[in-house]
Design a protein around this ligand. Structure first.
Ligand code: NAD
Ligand code: UGA
Length: 451
């Protein structure tokens, strides 16, 4: 088995960048990315890629048209591939059994059906999406409906990239994980990654371990964020400084320094849905104590988002009715235009519900997107506004909340800002991403998470 033609179903935040890097690093492999969303495919074929990631434009430019193609002809791309990555979305179910927790596998199932129909000869199917343990079994069941002249191997190759650093993570991964049953199929995929990933970083396991490891990794990461956020409240109550605590704790090499940044709570499309999925699976397998343990990671995250919004209101004299509040940053983290589960959404909803005039500025998120994310707020139309810059958002504001740690916010001229804001204005640094000493020197009042 040798992989020469790859098709990826799903041209989203994972499918697009992952395939761009494979094509860039493997010029001898033809890579086609397909999607049911024609608009998205069209954008991948222009200079305005649908996903913002530092460094991605250059990678796409090098490979597109040479051995990287974006297309809506899904059947044709399936038929011609010897390896198909499934990289479609796997959201939380909104109805039926397990609604609100379990993973919705409808897109995985429809892809599998289409592959069964359109594939030719032997094809390696790679689960790139994050999936519940034992999904490979379900995919194989669907593929078994294909004619006898077709055959398949299913591998699990979960993706560990983080948004904002996707290209870096893909080009230099901590590890690549490949789970499978058939040694030859595993080896064929290993050969693809060996084009740029050192051998010792490619792990091979059984399928279930690979599927499980992805959920476990996200659960551990989310748990660290919730742990430090829980201690941020404790620091505020006791006079300890959460960044100093994180530094002291993280210098223990057994603990490590990463993922100990207190903030507004974790966002992004995956942590919440994957931990919910883990909770659901634990309940399903009769492990309620394990389910409760992981559920608490999510509860803490919800509490942190609410807690910060309440701090804003309390510090502004218990009411924000009619007050202008600047929200600086809307993306769920810096260096991405993704707002899925962004903690700024909960913050804005809370402030709008309390009667504030909310003015949002984000360097990469459009106002149309912000409005769409807040469409459930009954106060959105009247009291939500956008600003072209942080300075404009803060003009005449009673407060500014730093909700995303964009680098451009690190160097804001607080002295100039203080002259534009209302007298006695507050800055709420929910990401500890500004210079607190110079900010305080301007006379602005400061609340910072965990300080
Ligand atoms: P996404 O929503 O950005 O992209 C998924 C794409 O799949 C969409 O464009 C959608 O139109 C397409 N699609 C769905 N069903 C289809 C079908 N039947 N045929 C053709 N196209 C179809 O999602 P994403 O963020 O790229 O995530 C994809 C998977 O990767 C998820 O399982 C996620 O948990 C996992 N993951 C995401 C990240 C991340 O940083 N976003 C990181 C690691 C893993
Ligand atoms: C996360 C994981 O880091 C990836 O390994 C994984 O592949 C991906 O989920 C996925 O499966 O989708 P991502 O959500 O893109 O990646 O970004 P992270 O850097 O993990 O940040 C997640 C959230 O946690 C952000 O809102 C971030 O601000 C917050 N966070 C992170 C903190 O508040 N503190 C930290 O110390 C780290």
């Amino acid at each position: 088995m040798k992989i020469q033609k790859i098709t990826c179903i799903g041209a989203g935040y994972v499918g697009g960048p992952t395939m761009a890097v494979i094509a860039d690093r493997c010029p001898h492999i033809q890579v086609t990315v397909v999607d049911a969303n024609a608009e998205r495919i069209e954008a991948w074929n222009t200079d305005h890629l649908p996903v913002y990631e530092p460094g991605l434009d250059a990678v796409v430019k090098r490979a597109r048209g040479r051995n990287l193609h974006f297309s809506t002809n899904i059947d044709e791309a399936i038929a011609s591939a010897d390896c198909i990555f499934i990289s479609v979305n796997t959201p939380t179910k909104t109805e039926g059994e397990g609604a609100g927790k379990a993973c919705d596998l409808r897109f995985i199932e429809s892809c599998s059906r289409q592959i069964a129909r359109a594939a030719e000869n032997h094809t390696i199917i790679v689960e790139k999406s994050t999936l519940p343990v034992r999904t490979a079994e379900k995919i194989l069941e669907v593929l078994a409906t294909a004619g006898r002249e077709k055959s398949f191997d299913v591998l699990s190759n979960p993706e560990f990239l983080a948004e904002g650093t996707a290209v870096k993570d893909l080009e230099n991964p901590d590890r690549v994980l490949i789970g499978g049953q058939n040694e030859a199929a595993i080896q064929a995929l290993v050969e693809v990654y060996l084009n740029w990933v050192p051998k010792e970083r490619i792990l091979t396991t059984n399928v279930w371990s690979a599927e499980m490891s992805k959920l476990a990794a996200n659960a551990f990461l989310a748990q660290r964020v919730s742990s430090i956020n829980s201690l941020s409240a404790f620091c505020e109550a006791t006079g300890a400084d959460v960044d100093e605590v994180a530094r002291a704790v993280g210098m223990d090499t057994r603990i490590g320094s990463k993922f100990l940044k207190a903030g507004l709570g974790f966002g992004g499309s995956c942590f919440k849905k994957d931990v919910l999925n883990l909770v659901y699976l634990c309940e399903h397998y009769g492990l309620p104590e394990v389910a409760t343990y992981w559920q608490q990671v999510l509860e803490m995250n919800e509490w942190q988002k609410k807690r910060v919004a309440q701090k804003v209101i309390q510090n502004l004299g218990g009411t924000v009715q009619g007050k202008r509040i600047a929200v600086l940053g809307f993306a769920f983290k810096k260096d991405t235009n993704d707002t899925r589960e962004a903690p700024a959404i909960a913050l804005c909803e809370h402030l709008l519900a309390a009667g504030a005039n909310v003015v949002v500025h984000d360097p990469k998120v459009s106002f149309v997107k912000i409005q769409a994310d807040l469409k459930h707020s009954p106060f959105m139309a009247k009291n939500l506004h956008s600003a072209e810059s942080a300075e404009q958002a803060c003009q005449g504001a009673s407060a500014a909340v730093l909700a995303t740690e964009w680098d451009s916010f690190r160097h804001l001229d607080w002295k100039a800002m203080a002259t534009k804001m209302s007298a006695g204005a507050w800055i709420f640094d929910a990401r500890n991403c500004t210079d607190h000493r110079s900010l305080k020197a301007t006379g602005l009042k400061l609340w910072a998470v965990g300080k």
